[in-house]
Design a protein around this ligand. Structure first.
Ligand SMILES: *Cc1c(COP(=O)(O)O)cnc(C)c1O
Length: 218
């Protein structure tokens, strides 16, 4: 399936009005598709699978800003720490500890977002509100000097009910607003980015709208 250039152009026009960053989600898509958007000026790309991200980062232009948006296993952290721009889905203290440890070894500070569980589905990962408060108070103790918590990330429920999605985004935005240090709110995908923008998202993760539907996995 070809890259949808006109969708890309209208999307970046829309996002520019509110200074919202586009992460083009290129998981499962070939190098050529990424280069097509790269040649139009796109630099932020998102991937879900560690090995795929490592391969793409090694072979594509090195000024691409790679976002890891999937569920990250602790044993794979060291593979992406050397080059990743932002890890969106930090959903446990164990993972935060591991990122800090690997980043320290490499003398880096890694940008992370805490994933918040806002959806109705049990399967989606993330902290709840009480856990978030706990993580943030631990951060104040400077327990993770090699991790930079830039903000929050969330995924809405898989539903056609607009009221549910709006409510979830509003809830996430209010958690985001409760901490003055946060700078990035990553919410919104192909199907719900407009609602996410209205709710105050600063970064959307859009895949199929740009690259077409994916085969299997996700
Ligand atoms: C795949 C994925 C996206 C992009 O989804 P689309 O519906 O194709 O835009 C966004 N965020 C996460 C976490 C994803 O896994």
């Amino acid at each position: 399936m070809p890259v949808n250039i006109s969708s890309y152009q209208s999307l970046i026009g829309e996002l520019a009005k509110t200074d919202t960053t586009l992460v083009a989600v290129s998981k499962t898509k070939p190098f050529g598709d990424i280069l097509e958007l790269y040649n139009l000026g796109q630099r932020d790309f998102g991937e879900n699978y560690v090995q795929e991200l490592v391969d793409k980062a090694a072979q594509l232009p090195n000024d691409i800003l790679w976002h890891f948006i999937g569920h990250l296993q602790t044993n794979k952290v060291k593979l992406i720490v050397p080059f990743v721009q932002l890890i969106h889905g930090v959903d446990s203290l164990k993972l935060l500890n591991e990122i800090n440890k690997e980043a320290a070894k490499m003398g880096k500070v890694v940008n992370c977002l805490l994933q918040i569980h806002i959806a109705l589905e049990e399967t989606k990962f993330g902290f709840d509100e009480a856990e978030l408060a706990n993580v943030l108070s631990t951060i104040k103790l400077n327990k993770w000097p090699n991790v930079n918590i830039c903000g929050l990330m969330g995924m809405g429920s898989f539903t056609d009910d607009i009221a549910i999605t709006k409510k979830e985004f509003k809830q996430l935005k209010s958690l985001y607003d409760s901490n003055k240090e946060f700078k990035i709110l990553s919410m919104g995908m192909s199907g719900d980015y407009k609602m996410a923008m209205e709710a105050g998202s600063t970064m959307v993760r859009v895949g199929s709208l740009l690259f077409g539907e994916r085969q299997k996995k996700n």
